[in-house]
Ligand binder design. Structure first.
Ligand code: ZN
Length: 269
C-alpha cells in the first residue's frame, strides 16, 4: 500500500487463513476498512448450503449478529462484507458457487444491524434477474443503508445499472475485477469476454461505461480484489489509474478514486 500510494483497503473478510481481521486492524489501523460476515457466511454455506444462508434461526447467525453488534458498537467495523450471495458464474471454484436470496430472512437480519449502526453492506451478486429484483427490494426497504455492489454486479448491461442507480440512491458500484489483468489465462479470458466483464485495461475505458460513470459520478468506487495470491496488484492498480481514472474527468476521477469510498464507508484520513 505504501509503495503504490493506496490510502485504504479492506471491506472484505480477511483473505487468507486464519480468517481473522485482528492482524489487519493492528497492521493498518484507520487505513483498514474492517467488516464482518464474509467468512461466517462462507462457513454457513459450507455446512448448510443456500438454505443455511437464508435461514435466520441458526446458532451461526446468532453468534455473527452478536459479534457484529459488538464490533459496530466498539467502532471497529464499518459494515458487512463481502457477502457472497450470487456467484453462480463469477467464481472459478465450483464448490464455492451459490445463489441465495438477498431478501431472505437470514440476510435481512444483517441489514437490520447495518441500519442500526449506520454501516454499509457490501454484496457480491451477479445481475441474474432474481438477484436484481431482490437488490431493488432490499434497497427500497433499507434506504439509509448504503449497498455496495461488488464488481458492479459483473453486469455488462449499462442500461440496467443506469436504471438501478437512478432509482435507488443508496446503491453504489465497486469496480474491482472489471479490469483486463484479472483474466490472464485463456479460459478466464474467454469467459470474461463472453460475459462482458472487462470494462477497462491498461489505457482504455469502454465508452458506455465512461458515460455511465460520468452520469453518476458519486456512485462508483475502485477496488483491486486481491482475493488470491496470483492476483497481480501492481498491474491491477496500474489499470485502475491509467485505464479507468485517467479516462474520467478530473472531478469524477477524484470521487471514484477515493472521495466516494471515504463518504460512503465513513473512512478517516
Ligand atoms: Zn467478489
Amino acid at each position: 500500500m505504501k509503495e503504490l500510494n493506496i490510502g485504504w483497503s479492506g471491506a472484505v473478510g480477511a483473505p487468507y487463513g486464519p480468517w481473522d481481521i485482528q492482524p489487519y486492524i493492528q497492521l493498518l489501523g484507520k487505513r483498514y476498512i474492517a467488516t464482518t460476515g464474509q467468512t461466517q457466511l462462507h462457513d454457513i454455506y459450507r455446512s448448510k448450503g443456500v438454505r443455511g444462508i437464508e435461514d435466520p434461526q441458526t446458532p451461526e447467525y446468532k453468534s455473527l449478529l452478536e459479534e457484529a453488534n459488538r464490533l459496530f458498537e466498539a467502532g471497529v467495523i464499518k459494515g458487512f462484507g463481502e457477502l457472497i450471495l450470487n456467484n453462480e458464474h463469477s467464481n472459478p471454484v465450483p464448490s464455492f458457487r451459490r445463489r441465495a436470496r438477498l431478501d431472505s430472512p437470514g440476510v435481512l437480519q444483517l441489514f437490520d444491524v447495518a441500519k442500526r449502526w449506520e454501516g454499509f453492506v457490501h454484496i457480491h451478486a451477479e445481475d441474474h434477474p432474481e438477484s436484481v429484483k431482490e437488490t431493488e427490494k432490499v434497497a427500497s426497504a433499507y434506504p439509509t443503508v448504503p449497498i455496495i455492489l461488488a464488481h458492479c454486479m459483473f453486469s455488462a448491461n449499462t442500461t440496467l445499472i443506469d436504471r438501478l442507480l437512478t432509482q435507488h440512491p443508496n446503491l453504489y458500484c465497486e469496480m474491482s475485477a472489471r479490469n483486463e489483468s484479472m483474466y490472464e489465462t485463456t479460459v478466464a479470458r474467454r469467459l470474461a469476454d463472453q460475459s462482458g466483464w472487462i470494462v477497462f485495461d491498461n489505457q482504455s475505458l469502454r465508452p458506455d461505461w465512461k458515460a455511465l460513470i460520468e452520469k453518476h459520478p458519486t456512485r462508483f468506487m475502485v477496488g483491486t480484489d486481491t482475493f488470491n495470491a496470483w492476483v497481480d496488484v501492481r498491474k491491477a492498480v496500474r489499470q485502475i489509474r491509467f485505464g479507468l481514472l485517467q479516462n474520467l474527468s478530473p472531478e469524477t476521477a477524484r470521487l471514484v478514486a477515493s472521495g466516494n469510498a471515504i463518504r460512503v464507508m465513513r473512512l478517516e484520513p
